[in-house]
Design a protein around this ligand. Structure first.
Ligand code: ARG
Length: 459
């Protein structure tokens, strides 16, 4: 047991207590951020004359050596240290002797861990953002290729009106684009540096907090030292944004599972992204989509957990806050994994365009357009609705679709119908006439796709 704080104790810490309290098993994940923060701190201490330039250089060299050795697997992070901060400091002292003992001048583990967590979260936000961008690029490709691929649009999971695959996938493009926007906002809001807040009340050393903030690419230092060490709002915001990402992935997964089912057959998930059954030889299961849907629960759980942990904590730092790490790390890793797999799955998936179009045709998705035809010929909409309702009933009795009724049958119910009704309710007309911005009509869809392209190039 290597601790930083033995001085005022007369007894050894109980082994169980030590293990319960220790965080090294998980906070080693941010050893790189911990060392980055320490380097900035040391540079600032020297600039302020608190350390000599020689001490600074010795410490920097020591820290860089530790970083290189851990990265290369030459130095193992072991549980004999309480946390990653203790590990780095003890190793530094081992390497360079007395100057290493000055590293922690004007700093507490409270502002140190607040900094490490922020650096880690900020780095991960950038990585997740790139993963979402890759997904958006995959969706954009599907959109570009499927402006004329007709499929049923659903409400209540009942066929409603025809849309295109580009339009349907475009809805998810919007969702994931908003997700990136949320990450961007969080990153901006959290980008203040807590280093220099000390344990809770700042420090008596003449620290230059602007300088460390700048060295670590923060916009500015935090403004209240008590808040600095006890703020985990950005963790909550991140987990909320990640929960929303997972909710979007889960909805899309659910649709892919349906589309891949024997009943729909809209898509075929690539063999590389499917799994088999140990007993049923014919099976090819959409396990990846199901797992993504399932893992959504873990990420929601992390959000609920941190909200609950934080709700009763008095100012300032309390050890409860150590609980922010495992769940945040798990949520981040889960989301990154799900995004990468999901992107691979959608970009290798085959779309059965003929099945999609056939499904759109035989679900009366053109009934609204048949009513609109009557309206265009002077029939009030409510009457038109009733007339087409009767036509649909007739079709159901005969087991056919609206475009398979004869003109005589149309005319029996309303004399307004003429030969051009067939053109008016064709899949092509139904889709292409929907030309308002945001609708599936190919011209407006192309505009949206062009806008997406610009957005992806610029962001
Ligand atoms: N492992 C601790 C955490 O994650 C580091 C801060 C310890 N500070 C303290 N006062 N015991 O929160």
């Amino acid at each position: 047991m290597a601790q930083l704080w033995g001085g005022r104790f007369t007894k050894e810490t109980d082994k169980l207590v030590y293990n319960f309290n220790a965080s090294i098993s998980f906070d080693q994940k941010f050893y790189e951020q911990d060392i980055r923060g320490s380097k900035a701190h040391v540079k600032m201490l020297a600039k302020q004359g608190i350390l000599t330039e020689k001490e600074r250089d010795q410490i920097l060299e020591g820290l860089e050596g530790i970083l290189a050795d851990v990265k290369a697997g030459r130095l193992a992070i072991t549980s004999e240290y309480e946390d990653i901060h203790s590990f780095v400091e003890a190793n530094l002292i081992d390497r360079i002797g007395d100057p290493g003992k000055k590293l922690h001048t004007g700093r507490s583990r409270n502002d140190q861990v607040a900094l490490d967590m922020k650096l880690y979260v900020r780095d991960e936000i950038d990585e997740i953002d790139q993963e979402i961008k890759s997904l958006l690029e995959a969706l954009q490709k599907i959109m570009e290729e499927n402006v004329h691929t007709y499929m049923p649009g659903f409400t209540h999971l009942q066929k409603a009106q025809p849309v295109t695959l580009a339009h349907h996938v475009g809805a998810y493009f919007e969702m994931f684009r908003r997700d990136r926007g949320r990450l961007f906002d969080i990153r901006k809001r959290m980008n203040t540096c807590p280093l220099g807040a000390g344990a809770l009340a700042g420090t008596t050393y003449p620290l230059d907090r602007e300088y460390t903030a700048q060295l670590l690419d923060f916009d500015e230092p935090t403004r209240n030292s008590m808040d600095s060490v006890s703020d985990r709002d950005y963790v909550i915001e991140l987990l909320s944004a990640l929960s929303t990402v997972m909710m979007h992935l889960s909805r899309f997964s659910e649709e892919i599972i349906l589309w891949n089912s024997n009943e729909y057959r809209f898509v075929e998930i690539d063999d590389a992204y499917s799994t088999g059954s140990s007993i049923m030889p014919q099976k090819k299961n959409p396990d990846i989509a199901e797992l993504v849907r399932g893992k959504t629960g873990r990420v929601y759980g992390a959000l609920t957990s941190i909200l609950t942990t934080m709700k009763g904590i008095p100012l300032a730092y309390n050890k409860d806050m150590q609980e922010d790490k495992e769940l945040t790390f798990d949520a981040i890793d889960t989301v990154k994994g799900c995004l990468a797999l999901f992107t691979g799955m959608v970009s290798t998936m085959q779309f059965n365009k003929a099945n999609m179009e056939a499904s759109a045709k035989n679900g009366f998705t053109n009934a609204t357009d048949a009513a609109d035809y009557l309206v265009n010929h002077g029939v009030p909409f409510r009457d038109a609705h009733g007339i087409v309702g009767q036509l649909v009933l007739k079709c159901i009795e005969k087991g056919i679709s609206l475009d398979e009724l004869s003109l005589e049958e149309y005319k029996e119910i309303s004399p307004v119908f003429e030969q051009d009704i067939y053109e008016a309710i064709s899949m092509k007309t139904c889709v292409e006439k929907r030309m308002t911005l945001g609708a599936p009509g190919p011209d407006v869809m192309e505009q949206v796709i062009a806008g997406n392209k610009k957005y992806l190039e610029a962001n």
